[in-house]
Design a protein around this ligand. Structure first.
Ligand SMILES: [Mn+2]
Length: 326
């Protein structure tokens, strides 16, 4: 991973000195987002900066324990009474931050999405990094900043989740070397895996069962699609966060090139996409629908009912696969 950026982390630390700093991530935070928020908050605190992990919505219950004793500012209860500096992690664009922050200036951003363009005063964008946690781990090491065991575990969780447990094509030797360094700094893989992947509930398994029953093949078996709708959650007494990871089933089917989870939200459709190969450039495909992401994992949301969206989706996917599939 090239580590040259237009600024140094020291510039950021200097700019944040003597300020209250809120560390924000993207809406519907995932493991990389929360992990990066935890670690950067703690590293800033270790440098004498008053930093808080900015909680703008409920934190998924499987991720909450990793926060440990990291200072948290509950933004749903109000923003700091004093001027504050906003730092963003894992958010590809300004609109991915909670609307609670209004149009507050972003002092620094740390991200690894291909589609990310600078929107902060200091921009650390590393599209070749498997996770924002990878970018941060490298920056902390390069700048001799302390990675305590809680930060190490949070960064490990970021690597583990964004790489699909070190299985996605984004996983490099560098990723694994950084994971090793995190283990040596106190990360505990057994605890992380147990906390992330062995906390099933019967309602969540019922939601999974329902989702699996909706899977179908399209485009001569090149595409596998699965569906969720509001009733899916209601009937199983679950929440959208309980569907985390379900999209991966769509790609598991023999012979498919890509998979899609399609969520019918009435007047809107939300979709997550997964590809077997980075050649498929799902970031570009998602961009056709106003979304973005990575080559093998992307997503979007459109203001359109499923009935008109779906035929258009199949048409654009067919066209896209024609040009990208090898
Ligand atoms: Mn990420």
């Amino acid at each position: 991973m090239p580590t040259s950026f237009p600024h140094s982390l020291t510039d950021v630390l200097n700019a944040l000195k003597d300020q209250v700093v809120l560390l924000a991530g993207h809406v519907r935070p995932d493991g990389d987002c929360i992990g990066a928020q935890i670690a950067l908050t703690r590293v800033l605190c270790s440098q004498g900066i008053t930093a808080y992990l900015a909680q703008a919505e409920a934190i998924p219950h499987i991720l909450a324990p990793f926060i440990n004793n990291t200072p948290v500012w509950d933004c749903t209860q109000g923003l700091p009474p004093t001027p504050y500096a906003l730092v963003s992690v894992d958010a590809a664009d300004r609109q991915r931050l909670s609307p609670l922050f209004g149009d507050h200036a972003v002092t620094a951003l740390f991200d690894h999405h291909r589609s990310t363009r600078p929107y902060a005063q200091f921009n650390f964008i590393a599209p070749e990094a498997a996770a924002t946690a990878e970018l941060l781990t490298q920056l902390f090491i390069d700048n001799s900043l302390p990675i305590d065991p809680v930060s190490a575990q949070a960064l490990y969780v970021g690597l583990l989740t964004d790489t699909g447990q070190f299985r996605h094509s984004s996983t490099t030797g560098h990723t694994l070397r950084l994971a090793a360094t995190l283990l040596e700094s106190g990360a505990n893989p057994e605890n992380a895996s147990h906390q992330l992947f062995e906390q099933e509930t019967l309602p969540r398994l019922a939601l999974r069962q329902h989702f699996l029953s909706t899977l179908k093949l399209e485009l001569s078996g090149q595409l596998c699609v699965g569906f969720l709708e509001a009733a899916s959650y209601k009937n199983t007494q679950t929440l959208p966060e309980d569907a985390e990871g379900f999209v991966d089933y769509t790609r598991m089917v023999q012979g498919v090139l890509m998979g899609a989870l399609i969520e019918d939200q009435g007047t809107q459709v939300k979709s997550s996409l997964r590809a077997r190969s980075p050649h498929l450039r799902l970031d570009i495909l998602a961009g056709l629908f106003g979304g973005g992401g990575h080559a093998c994992a992307a997503g979007f949301k459109v203001d359109e009912p499923l009935s008109t969206f779906y035929p258009r989706f199949l048409e654009l996917v067919a066209e896209h696969l024609k040009h990208t599939a090898q």
